[in-house]
Unconditional design. Structure first.
Length: 452
């Protein structure tokens, strides 16, 4: 720490990480790959006059740590205007991911048997399934954090993920269904009940895969299903609430704090405290305890997502959103579990209110311009809505719009908010595990890219 502050830095922190990973893969009915890896190192950050220096070492030998500390101090020793992080307001640290059964208690033969059983259950669903690829992965990170303000924290972070992709063929055409679950839990997650849930999800898609068609495009109402539609909330809206984009004036919300931005029935949350959730954080990567943050409360923008630097800039407390991919990366404001709270009414009532539109229940990739919030998302599956009823299955369409405008155009919110516990990973210059969710909502107008 003395070396990091040797050039009169205002602040320094040190982030130690040791991560081990185990992974098994099933292909063609057989567990054909087993892999274990380890990663270890330390990252050192120095802030001086608002300028950040960062360096890391893949070793904790004293000489290597000294070199990294002095490098970070040298990088930070440049003229710049800014605010140094303020001391942390103490909050109680709670363990949001207690482990009942350690991963190590399940030997590799038992893991292999579980994955093989999963593959057999999926293969038995339909004669149309010609191939199943499944993956079981466990990561465990031990974290130690210290800074020049006297804060000292440690954390143990598990993530267990199960993913399967089924390839189906019919009359020369192929389709696929992918299902996944990911939690910060131990091997107690691997239950028959989990497999029942995942197998049922695949089974529910099979009858519609080869019947789905591209609908006519145009501007129309869109009903988004509860759960996985939260990825649009994360990408098209959530990033615009991250404080670094607002501090730099990039986000469309940079001048909207305290103002109404959508309906009173809408509450948007970023939450680190959901038990066992993939996006849960006991302590963020710069020593702030995890917490639940309302970004939008009753339609009013009430908070950005802050790391220590942005919190000092705005004169508020950090919200526990300073996150990094690993010790090789500087922490920046990142989401955790981002979701919209329930409203009132039902999904059926919302669908019944639409004369012509689409219902979407599965998104894949998309593109978002974070500053303006313009987005294009690819819809994997859904249904046409005609006279208040779900009719023709649809697929392979894009929905196009503007995130802040889409938020303002939500005119109905059902009482069925649900977190989607898939293997969501956010890539904002670096990768972090997250989760997302929302209730069923009606957006009164979006552009649907289909057949003309």
């Amino acid at each position: 720490m003395e070396s990091a502050l040797s050039r009169s830095g205002d602040y320094a922190d040190i982030f130690f990480e040791s991560t081990t990973s185990d992974e098994l893969t099933l292909r063609d009915g057989e567990v054909s790959a087993v892999e274990s890896t380890a990663d270890y190192g330390v990252g050192i950050r120095v802030i001086k006059d608002g300028h950040t220096g960062y360096a890391y070492a893949e070793s904790t030998l004293p000489a290597e740590m000294e070199r990294a500390a002095r490098t970070a101090a040298s990088i930070a020793d440049c003229p710049a205007a800014g605010t140094a992080p303020a001391p942390l307001t103490r909050l109680q640290v709670t363990n949001h991911y207690p482990i009942r059964t350690p991963w190590e208690s399940l030997d590799v033969c038992a893991r292999k048997a579980f994955l093989s059983h999963f593959g057999e259950r999926l293969s038995a669903l339909s004669p149309l399934i010609v191939r199943v690829v499944a993956n079981l992965a466990y990561d465990h990170s031990d974290i130690l954090f210290a800074n020049s303000l006297g804060d000292l924290f440690c954390d143990e972070r598990p993530i267990l993920s199960l993913v399967a992709s089924c390839i189906l063929e019919k009359e020369g055409h192929s389709e696929n269904v992918t299902v996944s679950r990911s939690f910060r839990r131990g091997s107690e997650m691997l239950s028959e009940a989990l497999l029942d849930e995942m197998v049922a999800e695949v089974e529910a898609h099979i009858p519609y895969l080869f019947e789905a068609r591209r609908p006519k495009g145009g501007r129309m109402p869109v009903v988004m299903a509860a759960g996985s539609s939260g990825i649009l909330l994360h990408e098209a809206i959530g990033h615009a609430f991250e404080a670094d984009f607002n501090r730099k004036g990039v986000s469309i919300f940079s001048d909207k704090m305290g103002k109404r931005i959508c309906s009173r029935q809408i509450n948007v949350v970023d939450d680190a405290t959901l038990p066992g959730n993939r996006g849960a954080v006991n302590i963020d990567d710069e020593g702030t305890p995890g917490q639940k943050t309302y970004m939008v409360r009753e339609g009013v923008l009430t908070s950005y997502l802050h790391d220590r630097i942005s919190a000092a800039h705005y004169g508020v407390a950090p919200t526990g959103n300073g996150r990094r991919e690993s010790f090789r990366f500087n922490p920046i404001p990142r989401m955790r579990a981002t979701y919209m709270e329930s409203g009132s009414g039902t999904q059926e009532e919302i669908i019944h209110s639409v004369k012509r539109g689409i219902f979407v229940d599965s998104f894949t990739n998309g593109e978002v311009e974070i500053g303006a919030g313009d987005f294009t998302f690819y819809v994997k599956s859904g249904f046409l809505i005609e006279n208040g009823r779900l009719t023709q299955p649809i697929k392979d369409i894009n929905i196009i719009g503007n995130g802040p405008q889409a938020l303002a155009d939500i005119v109905a919110v059902a009482a069925d908010s649900r977190i989607d516990n898939s293997t969501w990973t956010c890539g904002k210059d670096q990768y972090c595990p997250v989760s997302c969710g929302m209730p069923s909502v009606l957006v009164k107008s979006l552009i649907v890219g289909g057949d003309l």
